[in-house]
Design a protein around this ligand. Sequence first.
Ligand SMILES: NC(=O)c1ccc[n+]([C@@H]2O[C@H](COP(=O)([O-])OP(=O)(O)OC[C@H]3O[C@@H](n4cnc5c(N)ncnc54)[C@H](OP(=O)(O)O)[C@@H]3O)[C@@H](O)[C@H]2O)c1
Length: 339
Amino acid sequence: MANILILGGTQWLGRTLAELALARGDSVTCLARGESGTVPEGVEFIRSDRRSVIAYRDVQDRDWDAVIEVSWQPAWVEAAAKAIGERATHWTYVSSIAVYAAGMEPGADESAPLRPRLPSGSHADMKVYGEAKVSSERVTRDIVGDKLFAPRPGILAGPGDPTDRVSYWPARFHTAGAEPVLVPDTPDVNVRALDVRDLSHWILDSIVAGTTGPINAVGEDISFEDFIALARSVGGHTGDVVAATSQWLIHQGVQPNSGPRSLPWWLPEEGLGAAKQSSTGRTHLSGQGAIDAGMTRRRLRETLEDCLEDERVRGFDRDREAGLTRGEESFLIERWTTR
Ligand SMILES: NC(=O)c1ccc[n+]([C@@H]2O[C@H](COP(=O)([O-])OP(=O)(O)OC[C@H]3O[C@@H](n4cnc5c(N)ncnc54)[C@H](OP(=O)(O)O)[C@@H]3O)[C@@H](O)[C@H]2O)c1
């Protein structure tokens, strides 16, 4: 049984980690404001705002078998490591494959070149997410040294995903039934989704095993076409699949990957400027390190089935963070088929 401090714990991954750690018999403390959500019952909750200079007052004089940090604000990550680092036996910084510089060779491993660090103390926004992750990972290593474990996940999927990306597809196919569904025609694009629960189990196992260093953690490689077929099968869709080209979709103002008026998890190869930079190559990097270090992955079908159930519970008609509304989709299908 480990005594674990999670810096976070009210959002998706942090909360999943807390839940699974409790179920394993660990003692779990979470530090957050409590604005993103609640912590699971059984957790010791320390309400604290990390913008404050006394943010770690209630946790810094205690010993921790493990600390897990999920933030991507380098200044917060640095302050926490300075305040608590010496009292922790093992430190996990949840990094990301966004740390890698664009243009990686297929199969590249953890030694691939990283993006540059941000100047110390900067406040990061999503435009520099990758750089913020590099800075956070590096500053933690500078402070806590060899006890740092830095899993670098690719896109995560599973119940409770606040980004609404991967789960859009089984939900959309399910609700469409016999009606047509619009998909991007993306030959040669591969995707990988790692179940948030598989990542969480592996992080908790790594605490026990004393695993350290940066390790990529990605889902199984699958073509986007096969992913769509799988999501369609999970959703029980019987209607037409209307595949529009990336170029046409971009021209219609459909956003790639995430956000409103988007086709989620669509990573077009052409014409996307920054989005292209952020996706190219990373889908092909090696995920062998995590497998060698004991991570097990459930089948993607199981993840999608659980996503569908979660979508049902959360409400298929709720406002979504990513995807097309029914109206937007019907309009685009009509335009594409009568062009
Ligand atoms: N989603 C993906 O596909 C993906 C892929 C690769 C890596 N990742 C990484 O996975 C992790 C996701 O973690 P997550 O799901 O737990 O979400 P998160 O959005 O990283 O969680 C942020 C946590 O910080 C807390 N927080 C925010 N502002 C705060 C403040 N001022 N003071 C104190 N606490 C504050 C939030 O709680 P309160 O708001 O309640 O304070 C929340 O618990 C991140 O590290 C992300 O970079 C995600």
